[in-house]
Design a protein around this ligand. Structure first.
Ligand code: GLY
Length: 347
């Protein structure tokens, strides 16, 4: 038994709180430039954007008491889903161009099991419905009315998710937008949203993607969003698509994404990041390569869109890369309770 497994086993078996991080020996095949936080630490959780700080705290309550990474990422993702100040995830998310709030989410565990919902209306916690899809059906993805019906059968309450503030923003957008969604509406077309906001800044980000590794060294991930603001009704982004918005391979690592989901679906981004890590790339380097593949497409103008990837490898190392400046991610472990890290970017 190697030292890492011994330490993990001792912590969990004794039920001792993990007050100190378990450093993971760097002697694996994984190589490449490292990113802060460079060294491997178990357990650890990371998530996209600044709302990840509060989400990480909820996940950390699970991880720090020896809990499972899957439970941690579900608990964490539920925080922004319930936050009324957040208009890009869950309740109070900006609606589609018809004024309907439609939510997308996915979850994946250390066994490669996964579940997802897309275009789900009226359910405040799509991440928990995604987990029920994984655990209580033979399927991976439920959409639209079928997803709503399943959620209600599972006891989730049917609710109005459009808040007065989100309705006001949508009505303001309708006045000038000619009912036409744009590729990066979360960044540019906020209507009554934040004046002078910059692409991907703290006030107009989108999806939360969360990755965790628990004290046993098992990885899980979750991804949840209200999708592109003012989208066509029925549009589904990358977040509920396993391999695009989220992917976990417990032998290698996990990845998630934020930004213009169409581009991430086109290059199966999160799967790509994990496969690049399998080939020996560091989490940051794998994320950068996935961003650069998007930018290689002829019809992509990098200045017009934002996509960011976040990855965690099997040692607990975390890295990220985005197309544009302004992306951030949060990391939490026994040594860092609220670290918000500016993401590196191509532009
Ligand atoms: N990344 C979220 C979306 O495109 O829907």
């Amino acid at each position: 038994m190697d030292r890492r497994r011994f330490l993990q086993g001792a912590s969990v078996a004794s039920g001792v709180l993990l007050a100190q991080p378990v450093r993971v020996n760097a002697g694996s095949a994984v190589s490449g430039a490292s990113t802060a936080p460079a060294d491997g630490v178990l357990p650890r959780v990371c998530s996209t954007w600044d709302f990840g700080v509060a989400a990480n705290q909820a996940a950390w309550k699970v991880l720090s008491t020896g809990g499972r990474a899957l439970d941690a990422v579900e608990a964490g993702a539920r925080i922004p889903e319930a936050d009324l100040r957040n208009h890009s995830v869950g309740r109070a998310g900006y609606p589609d161009r018809d004024g309907k709030v439609t939510l997308d989410a996915s979850i994946m565990d250390e066994n490669g099991d996964c579940g997802a919902v897309a275009a789900l209306e009226h359910i405040a916690h799509p991440i928990s419905v995604a987990r029920r899809v994984m655990e209580r059906t033979p399927h991976v993805l439920l959409v639209g009315d079928g997803a709503l019906q399943f959620a209600m059968e599972q006891g989730f309450p049917k609710e109005e998710l459009l808040t007065p503030e989100s309705r006001e923003a949508w009505q303001a957008w309708l006045k000038t937008a000619k009912y036409k969604p744009s590729a990066n509406s979360e960044i540019r077309d906020y209507g009554v949203g934040p004046a002078g906001s910059k692409p991907g800044d703290a006030r107009n980000h989108d999806t939360i993607g969360m990755l965790a590794i628990d004290a046993r060294g098992n990885l899980s991930g979750a991804c949840t969003t209200s999708g592109m603001a003012w989208k066509l009704h029925g549009r589904v982004g990358d977040s509920p698509i396993i391999g695009a918005g989220l992917y976990v391979d417990n032998e290698v690592g996990a990845a998630t994404s934020t930004g213009v989901g169409e581009e991430v679906i086109r290059n199966v981004g999160s799967f790509l990041v994990v496969e690049l890590m399998r080939q020996g790339r560091s989490p940051e380097d794998a994320c950068r390569e996935a961003v650069e593949r998007i930018l290689k497409r002829k019809s992509v103008r990098g200045a017009d869109i934002q996509v960011g990837f976040l990855a965690m490898d099997k040692r607990g190392r975390v890295g990220a890369w985005a197309i544009q400046k302004g992306f951030s991610y949060a990391v939490c472990d026994a040594g860092k309770q609220d670290a918000l890290i500016p993401g590196k970017s191509t532009y």
